[in-house]
Write a protein that binds this ligand. Structure first.
Ligand SMILES: Nc1nc2c(ncn2[C@@H]2O[C@H](COP(=O)(O)OP(=O)(O)OP(=O)(O)O)[C@@H](O)[C@H]2O)c(=O)[nH]1
Ligand SMILES: [Mg+2]
Ligand SMILES: [Zn+2]
Length: 332
């Protein structure tokens, strides 16, 4: 195995220059536990912690290592080590973790994962199927700068998978959409065409949609634990509790993720230009440049809805996500 197999590139070689003479090693965070990390380095897998200095120098939580990060390690005996620094990220995706502190509402950026090249947005064709949620995921991915591929899993539980696929394609912009049945490793082969040596693909989606089943199906072994969905509400039981990188012998790295309970966006209103390119291009023909596509006269978006060319639920979803991002922008 080489560093390149794990995603190392000239970008990181350059970021590592200050440590070249230090005797420290570059390593990639492959799993995060509560108090330590598992990393991969040329010395194999190591269990590492970060120094107080790293915590101290971090401007906020967003500067602390997450799965996918490249870090600088001082090797210690017994496959242990200490993280001395975090190498600048090539990309990362974040969500907003809203909460309250001392009675005041506040926002916080949570970096979910770093250095991801592509995201498989997984959705189940059972009760999980929800176009609005897919739009939210697409917006999250577009904020991160990564590309997305949408996987509609559990075709066996859907009477008209082709129809669902067409509905998703209508909102997916340039992102490809594929149907699959991970439980019997059916139609997963196409996914290998997205896997490239040294490239990292993250599996994202609600709990129970089959992310871990897809990973196992591609790997051909029961690497990740799978959990049944609840019979009463069809939701998953948060079987995967840790983000983790898995290196494929055939090349490429997959990141399994826990299903996210809440997905608040972290980004800018401009990020919608990609995930809602249909609405944004219609908007170019609105009478007023600052048209909000609500009640303004001469609104090309409303006109498209009246003509049946645009779905009003999609416009509602656009407004909702735009408001969320604008509020966030104001607070930042
Ligand atoms: N019917 C059907 N069930 C599937 C399919 N793929 C996965 N499942 C089932 O869906 C359930 C959840 O699968 P997981 O792979 O654990 O889902 P996950 O997305 O990893 O869930 P979390 O780890 O909780 O986020 C399991 O019972 C799987 O057997 C499929 O194609 N068809
Ligand atoms: Mg899982
Ligand atoms: Zn308008």
């Amino acid at each position: 195995m080489t560093l390149e197999d794990w995603g190392w590139s000239p970008f990181f070689t350059e970021k590592f220059t200050p440590w070249e003479q230090s005797g420290y090693l570059p390593a990639r965070v492959i799993r995060g536990e509560k108090n330590y990390f598992k990393v991969w380095s040329l010395q194999g897998e190591l269990t590492v912690r970060f120094t107080g200095k790293v915590r101290h120098q971090a401007g906020g939580r967003a500067d602390l290592p997450v799965v996918g990060d490249w870090v600088v390690i001082e090797l210690q005996p017994n496959q242990r080590g200490i993280i001395h620094a975090l190498l600048e990220r090539k990309s990362s995706f974040s969500r907003n973790l809203p909460g309250t502190r001392k009675g005041k509402e506040r926002i916080e950026q949570q970096v979910i994962a770093a250095n991801v090249d592509l995201v498989f947005i997984v959705s189940g064709l059972d009760r999980d199927f929800n176009l609005r949620r897919i739009e939210r995921y697409l917006t999250l991915v577009s904020s991160s700068g990564a590309n997305a591929v949408i996987l509609l899993n559990k075709t066996d539980l859907c009477e008209r998978p082709a129809e669902c696929k067409a509905q998703v394609e209508a909102i997916a912009g340039n992102s490809p959409v594929h149907l699959c049945m991970a439980r019997s490793a059916d139609q997963l082969d196409i996914l290998f065409s997205y896997m490239q040596p040294g490239e990292t693909i993250a599996l994202l989606g609600s709990s129970g949609v089959g992310k871990s089943t897809i990973l196992n199906g591609l790997l051909g072994e029961e690497r990740q634990k799978i959990g049944a969905v609840s019979l009463s509400d069809g939701k998953g039981r948060h079987t995967t509790t840790h983000r983790e990188l898995v290196l494929f012998p055939s090349g490429g790295i997959l990141m399994d993720n826990p299903g996210m309970r809440e997905l608040h966006l972290w980004g800018e209103a401009e990020d919608l230009a990609e995930s809602f390119s249909d609405i944004e291009s219609l908007a170019a023909n609105c009478k007023f440049r600052n048209c909000r596509h609500k009640t303004e006269p001469g609104c090309a978006v409303i006109k498209a809805i009246e003509a049946g060319d645009l779905n009003s639920e999609r416009l509602d979803s656009y407004h909702k996500l735009k408001d969320e991002l604008s509020n966030l922008q104001q607070r930042r």
